[in-house]
Design a protein around this ligand. Structure first.
Ligand SMILES: Nc1ncnc2c1ncn2[C@@H]1O[C@H](COP(=O)(O)OP(=O)(O)O)[C@@H](O)[C@H]1O
Ligand SMILES: [Mg+2]
Length: 217
């Protein structure tokens, strides 16, 4: 636990109970921008690998960006090993949906928890449930910042604004001191393409998000 405060390595966990909210498509660009600043490990905890496929398809792997697939049972040990190596500045963890234990463990290891919220209605209920799981990680790390990122915005600006206001007004969000990112990620900021082709990414949205993320660490 103390080691977290003694090294400069920062761990960013992208979490959320809902599939399709944008965890992987957020984690990968964040890892890419982190790697521009220093050696970065992207940990793919999804048993149906996605971040690892994504970085390969987008040709993002480099001397500074490594990606490893990992079972949740190995997460703590792996983070400890990476920290002890002293070779890595940033760790970004991409998590699978639904798994509560993964959400809690990944948040428990984090210096920042990022929760993408898809602008569909179901995601707000999922956000409440995901935040509910933050009690334990917050006990381990009382200062753990939590950042909600609105994804798939732009098609109806009024709905985006109302959603942002509803989240910010929520009692639990306020109690936990959750920040809603100023940068939201519009619909088609990224999109999958046919197998074997590079995914399309409007990088600047994620670069803006990275600036915010970095400012919270
Ligand atoms: N802003 C966006 N606009 C359009 N498609 C998106 C956007 N963000 C994610 N997607 C697409 O939605 C799907 C789910 O996103 P993904 O990041 O894999 O979600 P998760 O990892 O939370 O399950 C993917 O096919 C992805 O390409
Ligand atoms: Mg995913």
């Amino acid at each position: 636990m103390l080691a977290r405060y003694l090294t400069r390595m920062k761990v960013i966990s992208v979490i959320g109970l809902k599939g399709g909210s944008g965890k992987t498509s957020t984690a990968v660009p964040l890892a890419y921008y982190a790697s521009q600043l220093g050696p970065t490990a992207l940990l793919d905890l999804d048993p149906t690998p996605s971040a690892s496929q994504w970085v390969n398809a987008a040709d993002l792997l480099s001397e500074r960006l490594a990606c490893e697939r990992l079972g949740i049972e190995h997460l703590s040990q792996s983070i400890r090993g990476i920290r002890d190596s002293g070779q890595v500045d940033w760790v970004v963890i991409d998590t699978p949906p639904v798994a509560r234990d993964v959400v809690m463990s990944a948040a428990g290891e984090a210096d920042l928890a990022v929760i993408p919220v898809h602008m569909g209605s179901g995601d707000l209920a999922q956000l409440a449930q995901t935040l509910h799981l933050m009690e334990l990680p917050r006990r381990l790390n009382p200062g753990l910042p939590i950042l909600v990122v609105l994804n798939h915005t732009g098609t109806a600006p009024a709905i985006t604004r109302q959603t942002r206001e509803a989240i910010e007004a929520d009692g639990e969000v306020q109690r936990l001191g959750v920040t809603v990112a100023t940068t939201d990620i519009p619909f088609r900021a990224m999109y999958s393409v046919a197998k074997g082709q590079k995914p399309g990414v409007k990088w600047w949205h994620y670069e803006n998000l990275w600036t915010e993320v970095k400012g919270m660490l």
